[in-house]
Design a protein around this ligand. Structure first.
Ligand SMILES: Cc1cc2nc3c(=O)[nH]c(=O)nc-3n(C[C@H](O)[C@H](O)[C@H](O)COP(=O)(O)OP(=O)(O)OC[C@H]3O[C@@H](n4cnc5c(N)ncnc54)[C@H](O)[C@@H]3O)c2cc1C
Length: 268
């Protein structure tokens, strides 16, 4: 256990790290204990953090990547080399403690969309985190006939967290049967050569993804979408979704799509 963990232990809202997995030199996931009182809707985010050298909390927004039925909480994180939080957070180990403010919020929730036939989860990078939660929520499969996960990263290794998660779902004892062949996975790379390439916006605009998956062109009656990526990605996807006739909704006014930033800033 590192020194920071020992300090945090004395704080309210401390949770214990139960496992850590490093996916690339820029990405890792980890699980922590779940406060007994914490209820959340799949897709929401919370504030998590660590103490700095002076004992001051450094808190950042994090999507909960685990489903709401899970006993623990999972997070999927970037490692920003000079990032105030993640330069430290990337070194956590099982037994360490983090701060977790148990006040979940967010727009990427099923209640913010009108009923439909298909739901599209559109993410770049760590933007897949809220969908890692929603893909494991039985309610997603109760509400929609088809669930389509489009995830785009520069390189194949950056897709691995999502790829392994999707693969594991079909055999999952709890929701495997519900998932069945309803979940369609469409990962692409933008830099490294792979079987499927290209930006989400391009694959939607050109109609390639509809052709590849054998689904109708996105339309107002049947399709719903959730978007999570950089500010620019979100803006670009919004334009494409609007071109198909979809309109942005919210908790207070459910419509055809909702958007959330995967981080604040320009991205790296
Ligand atoms: C609603 C919301 C949900 C979020 N959920 C997650 C999550 O599930 N996982 C996660 O890793 N981060 C998430 N973030 C970003 C997170 O809050 C922090 O920004 C991130 O952990 C880096 O913290 P930092 O203190 O090290 O650097 P910061 O000072 O916060 O960020 C430094 C710079 O790094 C870049 N950056 C930050 N986060 C990312 C990222 N995830 N991917 C690519 N570039 C990034 C930005 O350009 C930013 O300006 C979320 C942000 C918001 C607003």
């Amino acid at each position: 256990m590192n020194q920071n963990a020992a300090i945090v232990k004395t704080l309210p809202d401390a949770q214990t790290v139960t496992s850590v997995q490093h996916w690339t030199d820029r990405l890792f996931s980890f699980r922590v204990t779940r406060p007994q009182s914490l209820r959340f809707r799949s897709g929401e985010f919370v504030m998590i953090g660590l103490l700095d050298e002076r004992g001051k909390p450094i808190m950042r927004a994090y999507s909960i990547a685990s489903p709401n039925w899970d006993e623990e909480l999972e997070f999927y994180s970037i490692k920003v080399p000079d990032g105030p939080l993640t330069s430290r957070l990337q070194h956590i180990q099982p037994g360490d403690q983090i701060i977790l403010r148990p006040k979940p919020v967010g727009t990427l929730v099923l209640d913010a969309l009108l009923p439909g036939k298909r739901i599209w989860f559109l993410a770049t990078g760590t933007g897949i985190a809220p969908f890692a939660s929603l893909m494991r929520d039985p309610e997603t499969y109760e509400r929609y006939e088809q669930v389509i996960m489009m995830h785009t990263c520069r390189e194949q290794a950056e897709l691995e967290y999502g790829r392994q998660l999707v693969e594991s779902l079909k055999d999952d004892p709890l929701i495997g049967e519900m998932v069945g062949d309803k979940l369609l996975y469409y990962p692409t790379t933008t830099r490294e050569t792979s079987d499927r390439m290209g930006r989400i916006t391009d694959n939607l605009s050109s109609g390639k993804v509809f052709e590849d998956l054998g689904v109708p062109k996105m339309n107002l009656e049947e399709d719903r979408a959730m978007v999570c990526g950089s500010l620019q990605f979100n803006l670009d996807v919004k334009t494409v979704l609007e071109s198909f006739g979809l309109r942005e909704g919210a908790n207070s006014e459910p419509l055809q799509y909702v958007v959330e930033k995967a981080f604040v800033g320009d991205g790296i």
